[in-house]
Each structure stands twice: as structure tokens, then as C-alpha cells.
Design a protein around this ligand. Sequence first.
Ligand SMILES: CC(C)(COP(=O)(O)OP(=O)(O)OC[C@H]1O[C@@H](n2cnc3c(N)ncnc32)[C@H](O)[C@@H]1OP(=O)(O)O)[C@@H](O)C(=O)NCCC(=O)NCCS
Length: 186
Amino acid sequence: MNAPVTLRAVATATAPALVLRPWCAHDVAALVEAYRDPDLRRWASPSVQSADEGLRWVRDRERDWAAGTRLAFAVLEEGPEATQVVGNVVVKGAGPGKASAEVGYWTAARARGRGVAPRALEALTAWAFEAFRADGLERLELLHQVDNAASCRVAEKSGYPFGRILPSAPPAFPLDGHLHLRRAAA
Ligand SMILES: CC(C)(COP(=O)(O)OP(=O)(O)OC[C@H]1O[C@@H](n2cnc3c(N)ncnc32)[C@H](O)[C@@H]1OP(=O)(O)O)[C@@H](O)C(=O)NCCC(=O)NCCS
């Protein structure tokens, strides 16, 4: 997957439009700022604590895009003068012969509660099913730990109904998880 991809989500009555595009070096400061939030560090590892780590993280995402294995998008909110990075969405493991892949997301603390993650996830989901249809993509999986209620709400609001409980896997996942699933339209 080498072609640059830009996705969009329209504005709502209460929230600006979103633009989704691959992460780039200009985003490092916003990335480091977002990772100052303890909730983000808890749920979205590895944590990014400095500009050096931020640049390494961005370079890793660029390599992922070149390899086509893990496609992460910076989510930007459109403003009157500039767009600002407010989140991340990612699809992992899609490709030739892969019937299933996994999605992930986070929203910067200051932008939470206005539907950024579900709207970005909807745009990502629609794109992924289309882009990987010829590769055989049939379902997208979304995993979260049981005590991540906000993430569970994102799944429900984004058309990823609950599938089954995943047993805990310490130390990374000390509690059980939820597997939510969305299938490609027939
Ligand atoms: C989970 C997360 C991505 C939700 O993103 P978001 O853009 O705020 O999504 P929404 O606006 O749709 O809010 C989802 C839920 O978060 C909760 N929420 C609302 N405002 C919030 C705020 N200011 N701060 C924290 N949570 C809030 C509500 O339960 C909401 O559900 P509701 O719409 O039914 O009330 C975000 O909280 C986050 O980044 N958390 C840390 C990283 C993480 O958990 N990633 C997922 C790992 S599986």
C-alpha cells in the first residue's frame, strides 16, 4: 500500500470536519503532547515521551505504510485557520489472503467527547473494506479491555457489535477483553 491516502469525515452540528492522512514528521509535537495524558499512555502503548521518541514513532509508521502491514492515520480536526492533530486510527494485518484485520484508535484528551474516534473509525472502516476487498477482507476486529468503557462505546457507536469475551493475557492485558466485530457489507 504505497499510494498516499486521505480520508474525510464531514462536520456535525457540534464538531468540525475531520481529515485522516498518514502521520508525518510535522506531527511530532502534537503526538508528544497527546501522550502526556495518563489514559492515553495506559491504553495506547508504547508511550511517546520525547521529540526523539515521537520522530522514531512516526518513522515506524512510515515504514509500516511502505510494508503495507499496519496503516495508521493521523486524525486532524479542521479549524478556521489550521487543522490540528486530535487522534489516531489504524488498521493492522490487512493484505492478500487475509479475511480479517484489526482496528485501533485514540483521541487526544482535549478533543474527547465530540465523536472524533467513532467518526474517524467509520471513515477508516469504509475505506478498508473497499481497499482490501480484492484481498478477501471480510471482517474487522476491535479489541478492548473490559474496563475501557469509553472504547466499548466507540465500538457500539461505530457499528462494531460485541462478539465475545477474550480471556486476560497478563502482563499486557491483566483483565478480560471484549472482541467486537464488523463484517463487510454483502
Ligand atoms: C476511547 C476514546 C478513543 C474515545 O474517543 P472520543 O473521540 O472521545 O469518542 P466519543 O466522543 O465518541 O466518546 C466515547 C465515550 O467516551 C466517554 N467520554 C465522553 N466525553 C469524554 C471526555 N471528555 N473524556 C473522556 N471520556 C469521555 C463517553 O463514555 C463517550 O460515550 P457516549 O458518547 O456514549 O457518552 C478516548 O477516550 C481515548 O483515546 N482513550 C484513551 C485511548 C484508548 O482507550 N484507546 C482505545 C484502546 S482499545
